[in-house]
Design a protein around this ligand. Structure first.
Ligand code: 3PG
Length: 305
């Protein structure tokens, strides 16, 4: 089978090697399309592919229509909001993700951003420490759990809320379970977002909710830019000079946020999962899932059932 690795933001070279070896050992042909500059390049490359490995690459109806032989797409990562899963289902294309494989990388970056924020972006003025502060984790999935583990090492008090994870399971991980999103925001000095972008969560991080954060609150977003109501957050940051916002997913209104100098920072590219380890873990998991799909019809990680 022909497997296309299509990554606008490339994997680390070691990961590409590992993925290629895994697929070739199972008898598949591998085609690599990295840093493509236009959809046309992707449409051309996907024409005769039987399987695809992608990252946040957009797999739209146009791409799926061009991919006449496509049977399976594996998103090497967690969030699959960049793939039209419903249209893929209509076309009998299985969509899978590789949950948990890059979550430590994202969780570590949360603390990179946080230390930077509470130390005033290293401007030389006295900042604050994380020890003893209350950290709120919104959604207790793979990333949220890793954030909780690392936060304990910093000596933080850890709280979480997850609409789909029972309080018992949160408490079993040694984390205080809040009864609602509102309670989490009201309680915590630092709030880290780990919700996926879904019709329910898009723009859900709005003026009212963020305004519940106590004085000197810090909002960290390593989830998806779409979950933030940017217009309302801009309004709130203009009103509350104590608030900070740090992210690894540049908001659409980046230029406007930049006006809040000393209170806002975004990495130029989405960086959470951009480590050799995360690329290798997620990429090789994707390759193994493709091998299992073609060998036995295994669809354990299918997200469009
Ligand atoms: C994910 O959903 O797995 C992360 O956001 C990482 O995405 P990336 O592969 O685009 O870096």
């Amino acid at each position: 089978m022909k497997v296309l690795i299509a990554t606008e933001k490339p994997f680390a070279p070691a990961a590409v090697q590992g993925i290629t070896n895994e697929l070739k050992d199972a008898g598949h042909e591998v085609v690599l399309l990295e840093k493509y500059a236009s959809t046309a390049e992707l449409l051309e490359a996907v024409k005769d592919a039987d399987a695809m490995i992608v990252r946040s690459d957009k797999v739209t109806p146009e791409v799926l229509d061009a991919a006449k032989q496509l049977k399976v797409v594996v998103r090497a990562g967690a969030g699959y909001d960049s793939i039209d899963t419903a249209y893929a289902k209509e076309k009998n294309v299985v969509v899978e993700n590789t949950p948990g494989q890059n979550s430590n990388a994202v969780a570590e970056l949360v603390f990179g951003l946080l230390v930077y924020a509470v130390r005033n972006f290293y401007n030389g003025k006295a900042g604050t420490e994380l020890m003893g502060k209350k950290l709120g984790i919104l959604a207790f999935g793979n990333v949220g759990r890793n954030v909780a583990r690392i936060a304990k090492g910093f000596g933080m008090e850890v709280y979480a809320y997850d609409a789909f994870c029972p309080a018992d399971a949160i408490e079993a991980a040694g984390v205080h379970a809040c009864k609602s999103q509102d309670e989490l925001f009201q309680t915590c000095d630092v709030l880290s977002l780990h919700i996926p972008a879904t019709p329910q969560t898009v723009k859900s991080i709005d003026y009212r909710l963020v305004n519940l954060l106590p004085k000197k609150g810090v909002l960290v977003n390593t989830a998806r830019k779409e979950v933030i109501n940017e217009e309302e957050l801009l309004k709130l940051m203009a009103e509350r000079e104590d608030l900070k916002f740090v992210t690894d997913i540049k908001p659409d209104a980046d230029e406007e946020f930049k006006k809040f100098e000393g209170r806002y920072f975004s990495t130029p590219k989405k960086m959470g999962a951009q480590t050799a380890e995360a690329n290798t873990n997620a990429g090789i998991a994707a390759a193994k899932q493709i091998n299992a799909f073609f060998a036995t019809g295994d669809t354990k990680f299918q997200v469009n059932k």
